[in-house]
Design a binder for this molecule. Structure first.
Ligand code: AMP
Ligand code: MG
Length: 492
């Protein structure tokens, strides 16, 4: 029994480190040891995830866990490695990239199925290029909180089990301190892994990788007439569903390069992300994105562009180009359907009516024109009573006559909807607690002064974002004026 797991009889049998990715062979990765950090300390531990995985709470409280999850000690049975991938960055072929600061410890058999455990910020790898292999506390807190926020919102994502820090200095625009996030996902394989083997004409390895992904994660594709086209279609559909969820909740990823796109349709690589405060369709959250390539309203098309790159990478495994193009077509139907379903739920409409499209378009025009606070609008709309005065919502708009007109149409539509059903649907769909930039920033500022309680409080709120947390009303309010001056770039 490995140290990571419960020694109690409650532990599922056979829990141990395994590493299916490592069976792919040395063309796919380099085995290496994480680089230790001096005097690590806990910044955050995600007990909810630990329970889901069936990890032993006592172990997570131990010095051993602190050392293992900082990369200072390699647990028995773990086989650390960094994988190689390539990718398109900001629309340009960037060539070889790879895990420059992420080290895969291996795969655990957990109560939630096999899960890979990766340390982000655990030191140099052969793929670090100009980087230092480290991640700073600031960006690691953002990743730790946002992965769990996305999970709490029901959006597919990598998870974060723990966050450790060290006073080791890391140079960015200024000198900061180091941190390590323990990331958890069934697989960290990216579109860029496929691009790597395709562009370098390593087509045997490309096939090995595709068969690995199909065998382990998309078994239904194996029996399709063209398994690789079926894989592309399945990935297109998962990506479409994921991006629809992003759009509905107002999430901007910020760096949708193909190396940051998960083959499992998980949100991955949290960098300069942002949840919208005021609704601005053209909002650019990444300060380094001067062209606005990854603006909020561009995300759906960018995801398709990235899938097109994946399709191109998979072409050597297909008989005709048409097979790839046909597989990609599914994105064009699944994305709008998924988005409309999400928006209908946000409006509290459990069934489909022809007038819904106009209702959705109408409210988005008004929200954009007045740059209305996005999360607060939706949460307040849950309390909208047809026919009654609806000041809390109406007051959010400058264009009151415009809103009144829309409210009339909405009231009309609600006559067909059961009140209780609607309330329930809206409360489950429109979060009260969202990881706004300023909330993350406040937790970061406190953490820099060794106060990690803000990280923990936010984690708990964001893991249950649809519930009321009366002691934390302030976290559900409008952003302060200084929030708009927070600048987040790729530097992390
Ligand atoms: P990103 O855009 O953050 O996903 O990073 C793009 C590539 O740069 C990936 O291959 C990362 O592993 C690598 N990278 C980013 N930051 C660092 C760093 N500080 N040290 C080493 N590699 C890094
Ligand atoms: Mg990345």
């Amino acid at each position: 029994m490995n140290a990571v797991f419960q020694d109690s009889p409650a532990a599922a049998p056979g829990l141990a480190w395994n590493n299916r990715f490592a069976t792919l062979g040395p063309d796919f990765f380099t085995e290496l040891q994480p680089t230790p950090l001096p005097a690590p300390y806990w910044v955050g531990r995600n007990h909810a995830l630990a329970r889901e995985l069936g990890l032993d709470e006592a172990w997570l409280a131990s010095q051993d866990a602190l050392q293992v999850l900082t990369g200072n000690r390699v647990a028995e049975g773990s086989q650390p490695l960094a994988s190689v991938y390539s990718g398109h960055q900001f629309g340009q072929w960037a060539g070889q990239l790879g895990d420059g600061r992420a080290i895969l410890l291996g795969e655990l058999q957990t109560a939630a199925g096999p899960q890979e455990i990766q340390l982000k910020g655990a030191g140099l790898t052969p793929y670090s290029r100009m980087g230092d292999g480290r991640a700073v506390l600031r960006s690691s807190i953002r990743e730790y909180l946002c992965s769990e926020a996305m999970h709490g919102l029901g959006i597919p994502t990598t998870r974060a089990l723990a966050l450790t820090g060290s006073d080791a200095r890391v140079r960015r625009e200024e000198v900061e301190t180091a941190a390590v996030v323990t990331r958890v996902a069934p697989s960290f394989i990216r579109f860029g892994h496929f691009e790597h083997f395709s562009y370098s004409d390593q087509h045997d390895q490309l096939k090995t990788l595709a068969d690995f992904v199909i065998g382990n994660f998309y078994p239904e594709c194996r029996d399709a007439g063209q398994p690789y086209a079926a894989l592309l279609q399945a990935v297109s559909e998962r990506t479409a569903t994921m991006v629809a969820a992003w759009q509905a909740v107002g999430f901007c990823h910020g760096v949708m390069n193909t190396d940051n796109m998960s083959i499992l349709g998980l949100t991955i690589d949290y960098g300069p992300f942002q949840f919208l405060d005021a609704f601005d369709p053209g909002h650019i959250c990444n300060h380094s994105d001067t062209q606005g390539r990854y603006a909020y309203n561009k995300q759906p098309n960018i995801a398709y562009w990235n899938l097109f790159c994946l399709g191109q990478a998979l072409l050597p495994l297909m008989d005709t180009q048409e097979q790839a193009l046909a597989a990609l077509e599914s994105y064009k139907t699944v994305f709008p359907q998924a988005l409309e379903a999400r928006m209908r739920a946000k409006l509290g409409l459990p069934d489909v009516q022809p007038e819904d499209k106009a209702l959705i378009e109408g409210i988005f025009k008004l929200l954009a024109a007045d740059k209305v606070d996005y999360p607060i609008f939706w949460r307040r709309l849950g309390g909208f009573e047809p026919g009654a005065a609806h000041e809390p919502v109406r007051d959010l708009f400058l264009d009151r006559p415009g809103f009144d007109l829309w409210a009339l149409q909405y009231s009309e539509r609600l006559t067909q909807v059961d009140k209780g059903l609607r309330a329930d649907l809206m409360l489950r769909t429109n979060p009260k607690y969202v990881l706004r930039n300023h909330l993350g920033e406040q937790a970061i500022r406190a953490a820099k002064l060794q106060d990690y309680s803000g990280v923990d409080t936010l984690l708990k709120l964001l893991q249950a974002p649809f519930e009321e947390h009366p002691a934390h009303e302030a976290f559900a309010g409008f952003p302060p004026d200084w929030a708009s001056s927070i600048e987040i770039s790729c530097s992390s």
